[in-house]
Design a protein around this ligand. Structure first.
Ligand code: BV8
Length: 232
């Protein structure tokens, strides 16, 4: 990594969890190659067929619980602690809905697309921990309404923490994207935002993403190898 930046903005996608056994979305055999996101990952899909959507997310939740963080997750956790010890900051923004960053030791993780191991109440908007599945008509622990939905962010739903993410990006001196195809907005637009602010950018990915030509630098290979190497 270049001279020691003090404020690093890290955006992660499904590729960082691929070697932990969690599928990606748009690779060959990826989730959206097998399932239609518009029938599973939108508010309309849940309204039309809540049982199918709950089954889909309950199945993925079991996969997350069975998975383990890999060396890329661990390297980011170490880098967060190392930067903080030097008075810097690593801002970790993830599109992922798994908890592998937290289980690897990252203390501050911003889940802009929500979290699979949480449930959101469509009646009172409360978010509750939910490691087990969400049975149909399970009452919300806050208001009692039978209105729980999976905690993952859906297409057409406004991602979370957008203002906080924009502020962190504006204050960064390095932007690094890890394991993301650059296909989904507004996350896919952050590299352009960084460039417009004069912030150096780097892509760490298995192969060039949709946004590859926008990055100043890149390293390609499996995240478990290139992320620890890049951050060392
Ligand atoms: C919204 C649900 C309104 C959770 C997902 C412009 C601006 C704003 C919005 C839009 C816009 N244009 C279009 C939109 C609408 C839409 C969108 O972007 N559509 C796309 C398809 C065109 N966006 C939305 O609907 C978003 N909300 O717009 O609200 C708004 C917005 C802003 C302000 C006000 C209002 C909501 C998007 C959330 C979608 N949710 N899933 C779930 O079920 O998990 S989609 C899915 O895509 C996941 O969330 C995932 O996180 C996200 C991104 O995918 P990636 O993580 O990049 O994964 P992918 O498989 O694509 O790529 C994997 C990469 O890893 C590859 O590059 C691969 O090479 C690499 N890789 C693989 N193995 C490895 C590896 N790299 C390293 N090592 C390896 N071993």
């Amino acid at each position: 990594m270049a001279s020691q930046p003090r404020q690093i903005f890290i955006l992660t996608g499904a590729g960082i969890s691929a070697e932990s056994g969690l599928g990606t979305f748009r690779d060959r055999g990826g989730l959206w190659a097998r399932f239609d996101p518009l029938t599973l990952a939108t508010p309309e899909a849940f309204a039309a067929d809540p049982d199918t959507v709950l089954d889909f997310y309950n199945h993925r939740r079991r996969g997350v619980i069975a998975a383990a963080p890999n060396a890329a997750h661990a390297a980011l956790a170490r880098a967060e602690a190392g930067l903080a010890a030097r008075g810097g900051r690593l801002f970790l923004c993830t599109q992922n809905v798994d908890d592998l960053h937290e289980r690897a030791g990252s203390a501050a993780v911003v889940h802009m697309h929500g979290e699979l191991l949480k449930a959101r109440c469509t009646a009172c908007a409360a978010v509750s921990e939910r490691r087990a599945g969400i049975p149909r008509d399970d009452p919300c622990p806050h208001c009692g309404a039978a209105a729980l939905r999976p905690g993952g962010g859906w297409f057409g739903a406004v991602p979370q923490h957008l203002d906080r993410i924009d502020a962190a990006l504006a204050g960064s001196d390095l932007f690094v994207a890890v394991g993301t195809s650059g296909a989904v907005y507004p996350a896919a637009g952050y590299v352009r935002q960084a460039r417009a602010l004069g912030i150096p950018t780097c892509e760490l990915n298995l192969e060039p993403s949709d946004n590859a030509r926008i990055f100043d630098a890149a390293r390609y290979g499996p995240a478990s190898a290139i992320v620890p190497d890049y951050l060392s």
